[in-house]
Design a binder for this molecule. Sequence first.
Ligand code: NAI
Ligand code: 13P
Length: 333
Amino acid sequence: MGPIAVFGAGSWGTTFAKVLADAGSEVTLWARRASVAESITTSRTNPDYLPGVELPATLKSTSDPRVALAGASAVVLAVPSQSLRHNLTAWRGLIDPSVTLISLAKGVELGTLARMSQVVVEVLGVPENQVAVVSGPNLAKEIAAEQPTAAVIACTDHDRAVRVQQACTTGYFRPYTITDVVGAELGGACKNVIALSCGMAGGLGFGDNTLATLITRGLAETARLGVALGADPMTFAGLAGLGDLVATCSSPLSRNRTFGERLGRGETVRQAQDAAHGQVAEGVKSCSSIRDLAMRHGVEMPITEVVHRVCHDGFDPREMAADLIGRKTKPER
Ligand SMILES: NC(=O)C1=CN([C@@H]2O[C@H](COP(=O)(O)OP(=O)(O)OC[C@H]3O[C@@H](n4cnc5c(N)ncnc54)[C@H](O)[C@@H]3O)[C@@H](O)[C@H]2O)C=CC1
Ligand SMILES: O=C(CO)COP(=O)(O)O
């Protein structure tokens, strides 16, 4: 794979740019703010998002999309889900129609209920086999510290997935390939919502049984939605399903879990948002689009429903347990 442009210099965009550069790829990282690009170029750091992490000397950075895209054979999209369409529309005329598009975002678009790869296909007019998705238990700060982890590269074109895999394999980052894009994207989007519920449970003082119950039943409702949308159920037992779910629901590094914890301790959505300092907790918006997607397909997602009510309808997290536990009894499957 030739030069790679990474769009979005937040925690994951910057970290994934480092992974690609460490794997030997030629990488240019586009940052929205010129000061961030300047800092990466001159001091090899991105203090706003990855304080204390030294970035590779080979990594270039710019705030000019044309410079980032010059000669690029692949474009990595690392902006928040709800702004992807807007950004891509602005960059559309600049992106060579033959490049591989690599989506890192974990969300479902509000209103259209589109997955991120569907947004890419729609806005850029490229075939779906040109879009790859990276997902898995990938908390940016741990990967930036070169702690070992695995991931999946999902693309309906297996050969393309292998090329992306080769471009990002390092001594600390081990990507596997799969062809189930639907499953990979839904696993990544839904686990943010389940992590919010786990955070709320933690904030309310509940322990590991509650955590494990939410993770397991969260996985069940995610897989139910996935199967209704044509995903391979086995994807949810893999890195983009269980792997990401366990990491995000358990880790204090997760923005979604942390956000939920604040709500569980009694903070308002606004207070939790202010405390996030502009860092995105995707589940706060995706709980609504995923809930709507589930309703459209007649799929029951009770945890997602409750998270939506807490985040958007003023429902008190203290009522969450009674609401979920008090549902009509039924078989596990
Ligand atoms: N941080 C992590 O550990 C991981 C994050 N992800 C996903 O990657 C995506 C990006 O997340 P992060 O880099 O963590 O987010 P972040 O909150 O750290 O950074 C977001 C980046 O997008 C930029 N941005 C924000 N709004 C924008 C807009 N309207 N237009 C253009 N740029 C905008 C910000 O300036 C920043 O550079 C999300 O969908 C997230 O779920 C996936 C795996 C791991
Ligand atoms: O996607 C992630 C880990 O795989 C990051 O989770 P948060 O967005 O909750 O920090």
